[in-house]
Design a protein around this ligand. Structure first.
Ligand SMILES: CCCCCCCCCC(=O)SCCNC(=O)CCNC(=O)[C@H](O)C(C)(C)COP(=O)(O)OP(=O)(O)OC[C@H]1O[C@@H](n2cnc3c(N)ncnc32)[C@H](O)[C@@H]1OP(=O)(O)O
Length: 198
């Protein structure tokens, strides 16, 4: 991807080539090499649908802190659009999600990013878990706000999937509050059972 030079301003800002639907993403600080696809990674074909249309686990299981309906203080993230190559979702920040008074806890925003990036990884067809999650917090999010989430895959290399996303306040074109980039690692089925205590 060619990065227009006029998108670069200042040494502390780096334009990070990505498969974001609206073009390169500007991030503060250097993007970690651990969440950037290496040369030779398979880039998602533009417009090609996800190999897996949905996650059956979601229909049968409501205990997930991120997306389940059974977790009283959970985020209750709802997917609003899956266009084949990206996932959009949203959740409402409630009192139980507070960190500083009246503001969302940053860890919960990171959880929300883990969830929506994880949904993209699962739709690639394998069973993926988060190996590394990098998060930039760009603006405080008030309790009562709806956070609009969006995520997409930048590439797959062997067992590793490189996924990126952002969360905006209030509307799909609202202020960006959080950005994340993650490495997901494909695991076998027994990953989810062998360490369980009950
Ligand atoms: C229901 C559908 C929706 C789902 C949404 C859910 C969203 C939530 C997702 C999660 O939060 S999952 C839970 C949090 N994650 C975990 O519990 C994972 C815990 N970690 C592990 O189980 C293992 O460390 C892991 C499976 C990630 C890797 O162990 P393995 O022994 O299988 O593989 P290995 O360590 O050889 O790593 C495989 C490759 O990934 C690389 N890698 C692993 N962890 C890394 C890391 N942290 N940073 C960079 N690279 C990493 C590693 O270097 C290597 O690269 P190479 O193949 O090039 O050699």
């Amino acid at each position: 991807m060619t990065i227009p030079s006029d998108r670069v301003s200042g040494e502390d800002l780096e334009v990070w080539a990505s498969a974001a639907p609206d073009g390169p993403v500007r991030r503060r600080g250097p993007a970690s090499s651990r969440t950037t696809p290496p040369a030779g990674a398979a880039a998602p074909a533009a417009g090609a649908p996800f190999p897996r249309a949905s996650s059956p686990a979601r229909d049968d299981y409501q205990g997930c802190f991120g997306c389940g309906g059974d977790s009283p203080s959970g985020l209750r993230i709802v997917e609003t659009r899956v266009d084949g190559t990206s996932v959009e979702a949203e959740f409402a920040v409630r009192d139980v999600h507070q960190g500083a008074p009246g503001l969302a806890h940053g860890g919960l925003l990171a959880t929300a990013m883990d969830e929506v990036l994880g949904s993209v990884a699962w739709r690639l067809g394998g069973r993926y878990v988060t190996g590394r999650l990098e998060t930039d917090f760009l603006a405080p999010v008030p309790v009562g706000a709806t956070v609009r989430l969006r995520a997409w895959c930048n590439g797959v290399h062997g067992r590793k999937a490189y996924v990126e996303g952002e969360g905006r306040i209030g509307a799909p074109d609202g202020p960006v509050a959080v950005r994340a980039a993650a490495l997901f690692v494909e695991v076998p089925e027994e990953h989810f059972t062998k360490e369980r205590l009950n």
